[in-house]
Design a protein around this ligand. Structure first.
Ligand SMILES: [Zn+2]
Ligand SMILES: [Zn+2]
Length: 324
């Protein structure tokens, strides 16, 4: 089985998550806009003003998602690849155990071809299992790489908790298993139709292929828009960091001044963005945005307003605010 793939495979996987996260944000803000059209509290705000504000918030939101996703990209891909490499190496380079004897007839057992990683979640140690066959009788046996025989748990009677007798028979593609208790009257019949499970597996494979194709299409369409290049990514990360610093400095500076520009600006933010955010985003976040990337940022109104200036409001508009 293949565990480790080439690097592009992981880049695609990561970028697809980024695209999906950004598209979710777009959808969320489309909903916010729809809600704003019928909101009582916002009935005095013109429609194009609502649209403009929602767009501002969306671009701010996307800016943060894109920056955070870029920041974590290389590290995450490295982590995925090294985890998969551990599994691949374990499978490829683990020597086959030797000197295994049949627990029924004590003849030597041989390893044929089937082996796989033991991926039970309650066992943190990664182990490889080999299927051994007895050279004399029919016995098959799973053996771990350290030579330990894998003991399968006996089926217990649900009524008296004693061990059940299990017998199996096969007719064509139908396997029947009969469970019978020697101590009480309990019995159960299991019928496994391989034709049916083949069909289910095929359906599952088709669904997987469909998912992969859809993922490919999304990447083709949106990768350049949402997944940042190194140059753009560094700029985003720097801006996000600068905002943290600017937030502190801004607070300090603003306390020193008591000028009309500041008053004008603070009035602006009070009447548009912050109102809209309070009215629409908070309830929305409560409802379904518990893992919003904004949750961990310091998004007080000062930061919001600085942010808007930096990325979303056209220069002329900022100047006009300051001129008035
Ligand atoms: Zn044997
Ligand atoms: Zn029983």
């Amino acid at each position: 089985m293949q565990y480790l793939y080439d690097k592009q495979h992981y880049i695609d996987r990561y970028d697809l998550h980024t695209v999906e996260e950004c598209l979710d944000a777009v959808k969320m803000f489309q909903n916010i806009y729809q809600k704003s059209l019928t909101s009582d509290e916002l009935k005095d705000l013109p429609e194009e003003e609502k649209l403009r504000n929602v767009n501002l918030m969306l671009s701010r939101h996307l800016f943060v998602i894109k920056g955070i996703r870029y920041e974590k990209k290389q590290e995450t891909i490295q982590k995925w690849m090294s985890e998969d490499k551990v599994q691949q190496d374990k499978q490829d380079f683990t020597p086959t155990p030797e000197g295994i004897y049949c627990p029924l007839c004590n003849s030597s057992m041989y390893f044929s071809i089937t082996k796989h990683l033991d991926s039970t979640y309650d066992n943190p140690i990664l182990r490889l299992m080999f299927l051994f066959k007895c050279s004399k009788c029919e016995k098959q046996q799973w053996v771990y790489d350290d030579g330990e025989i894998r003991v399968s748990k006996p089926d217990l009677c649900p009524k008296c908790r004693k061990e059940l007798d299990v017998t199996g028979s096969r007719k064509g593609k139908v396997i029947t298993t009969l469970y019978k208790c020697k101590y009480c009257s309990y019995s159960k019949k299991d019928i496994l139709d391989l034709a049916k499970s083949d069909k289910e597996h095929k359906k599952w494979e088709e669904e997987q292929k469909k998912k992969r194709d859809e993922g490919k299409k999304l990447l083709e369409k949106y990768r350049t828009e949402f997944c940042l290049s190194d140059k753009e990514g560094k700029e985003h990360v720097e801006t996000l960091e600068a905002m943290e610093v600017a937030n502190v400095i801004h607070d300090e500076e603003m306390q020193k001044y008591d000028d009309p520009v500041y008053e004008r600006v603070s009035k602006l933010k009070k009447t548009t963005i912050v109102d809209l955010e309070k009215l629409l985003i908070e309830p929305l976040e409560k409802a379904n945005m518990s893992n919003s990337p904004l949750k961990n940022q310091k998004w007080d109104s000062t930061l919001s307003f600085l942010f808007l200036f930096k990325i979303a409001i056209p220069r002329e508009e900022i100047e006009s605010v300051f001129r008035n």
